[in-house]
Design a binder for this molecule. Structure first.
Ligand code: P6P
Length: 312
């Protein structure tokens, strides 16, 4: 039988210096919280937990009932395991400070919630820093996501490559299904919400997208970052959420969307940029700050940056 996530963590202790019993307990708790979330997502329509919770979050976005439930499950798990010193959630305005030192966890409990009611893949994104969440992504200890899709998959990096696990409905275990995820050098897919084309702040970006069309690339856009990044990680190509006239710093949040995904993409051999700097080099200034996101295969990201900088 394939390695369970817990067995994988114990095996990785030999290679990952910071991975001690406390870290293993924390990561195990995050994984088990996502299993509980997966269970709720799978039968949301039967539990009367679809639709809006009738409130708006710090982002000004309408909170879905499942957002709230996923948030509660993760916060409860992290508090119970007692290893998180800080808990930052997309759904909570302030950082929950539990203690002075330990593991600082940031997460988007349910990313892509506009897709919940139409049964399209959504996900949970998480990152783990030592002591404080307000650090560059370059200093992350671990990052990962769970995609609630046709199968539930946990994709994680402890800083030594990317591994993916598939939730086995029979045993209830995350089983190692992709030991080493490597992003293709070049793909044939681009992923961006072209409805916003005329709002993009970069003319070079419009020229880049037109160039890709000339190169016969195809467009795939789910509207759930987890789904679009998962496809990019496995198939190659490029995912972009740029700055535009409505979201002048981009729409995606640095600490619990852009940074963890950038960590995974770089660990898998790809690139992740704001258009001006590597996402992992951005020094956070605000808990819920947003950044533009350009990530994926090296060839496409570098080509995109050439167009944006007017060097193409
Ligand atoms: P748009 C979902 O609401 C989300 O935060 C990300 O998961 C996704 O990539 C993005 O917003 C989609 O935004 O403006 O294209 O609908």
């Amino acid at each position: 039988m394939a390695l369970t996530f817990s067995a994988y963590l114990f095996q990785e202790r030999e290679k990952v210096s910071w991975l001690n019993d406390e870290a293993i307990l924390l990561l195990g708790e995050i994984a088990s919280a996502t299993k509980e979330i997966a269970g709720k997502v799978r039968k949301a329509g039967l539990l009367g937990i679809l639709g809006s919770a009738g409130k708006f979050n710090v982002q000004g976005e309408e909170v879905q009932k499942l957002d709230e439930l996923a948030n509660e499950i993760l916060i409860e798990s992290l508090k119970n395991c007692g290893k998180a010193c800080q808990i930052t959630s997309e759904e909570v305005e302030e950082c929950l400070v539990v203690s002075e030192s330990g593991y600082a966890v940031a997460f988007d409990p349910l990313d892509g919630s506009s897709n919940i009611d139409v049964n399209v893949s959504i996900g949970t994104i998480f990152s783990v820093h030592k002591d404080s969440v307000m650090k560059r992504g370059r200093e992350l200890l671990a990052a990962g996501y769970v995609i609630y899709g046709p199968s539930t998959m946990l994709v994680v990096s402890l800083g030594n490559g990317v591994s993916a696990f598939t939730l086995d409905p029979e045993s209830g275990n995350y089983l190692l299904s992709h030991p080493e995820v490597k992003l293709p050098e070049k793909g044939k897919i681009y992923s961006i919400n072209e409805a916003n084309r005329e709002k993009w702040l970069s003319k070079g970006l419009r020229e880049f997208i037109d160039y890709l069309k000339g190169e016969k690339y195809t467009l795939r856009y789910v509207g759930s970052m987890v789904a679009d990044v998962h496809r990019t990680l496995f198939k190659g190509g490029i995912f972009i959420y740029p700055a535009d006239k409505k979201n002048t710093s981009g729409k995606l949040r640095l600490l619990y969307e852009a940074s963890p995904m950038a960590f995974l993409v770089e660990q898998a051999g790809g690139l992740a940029s704001t258009g001006e700097a590597d996402i992992l080099d951005v020094v956070p200034s605000e808990l819920h700050q947003r950044v533009p996101v350009i990530l994926g295969s090296k060839w496409e990201v570098n080509k995109c940056l050439e167009f944006i900088k007017g060097e193409a």
